[in-house]
Design a protein around this ligand. Structure first.
Ligand SMILES: [Fe+2]
Ligand SMILES: [Fe+2]
Length: 186
């Protein structure tokens, strides 16, 4: 089995206790694959990074660092080339918003973009409502969420991600505009 196939099975098994986490990783994997093909980047490297970027969630916080450690052990055990391991470790360590400027290659930027895209659009709206359920936020408190999403959108690196992000942000803006209008009616 290819390294991607092996990792996919392993990460799914490790993360499936929290189906939400695995579903997110799977979406980031698919988006990374699509963006990598479109940008002419190393598809396999992006897939490996996408699968491992949140592996630290099952270990503990800060999950970018715990995940980096786990990824290193896993990839060395699979005899993955060391230059590629270094790149994957940067993807894992710097996948947060503040890590953006520490990324080096196009592949590292692609995985970062795919992770951010997963909080924009219909999925972003679903996540906002999930958060609302957990925190008891009022509808009109979504302003901070819209601002946070806009920051993610503005920091996207690749042209492909920017194109996808633009469509998603427009959809979100329309949704929140309708929400505001409906609230104003009652
Ligand atoms: Fe994360
Ligand atoms: Fe993530």
């Amino acid at each position: 089995m290819s390294i991607v196939g092996t990792l996919k099975r392993l990460v799914k098994k490790t993360m499936e206790a929290s189906s939400q986490d695995w579903e997110h990783v799977e979406r980031v994997y698919k988006l990374s694959t699509m963006i990598a093909k479109n940008e002419g980047a190393d598809v396999e490297l992006c897939q490996v990074g996408a699968l491992l970027h949140d592996i630290g969630l099952v270990i503990g916080e800060p999950h970018n660092l715990t995940g980096r450690g786990r990824a290193k052990v896993l990839l060395r055990g699979m005899s993955y080339p060391s230059a590629k391991i270094d790149s994957v470790l940067r993807m894992v360590e710097h996948h947060g918003l503040s890590g953006r400027d520490k990324l080096e290659s196009i592949e590292e930027k692609i995985v970062w973009d795919a992770d951010k895209l997963d909080s924009i659009g219909a999925i972003g709206i679903a996540r906002a409502f999930h958060m609302r359920g957990q925190t008891g936020l009022m509808f009109h408190d979504f302003t901070w969420f819209k601002e946070d999403t806009m920051i993610r959108f503005e920091r996207l690196n690749t042209d492909t991600a920017k194109e996808i992000g633009k469509l998603r942000i427009e959809y979100m803006a329309l949704f929140f505009e309708n929400l505001k209008n409906e609230i104003a009616m009652v």
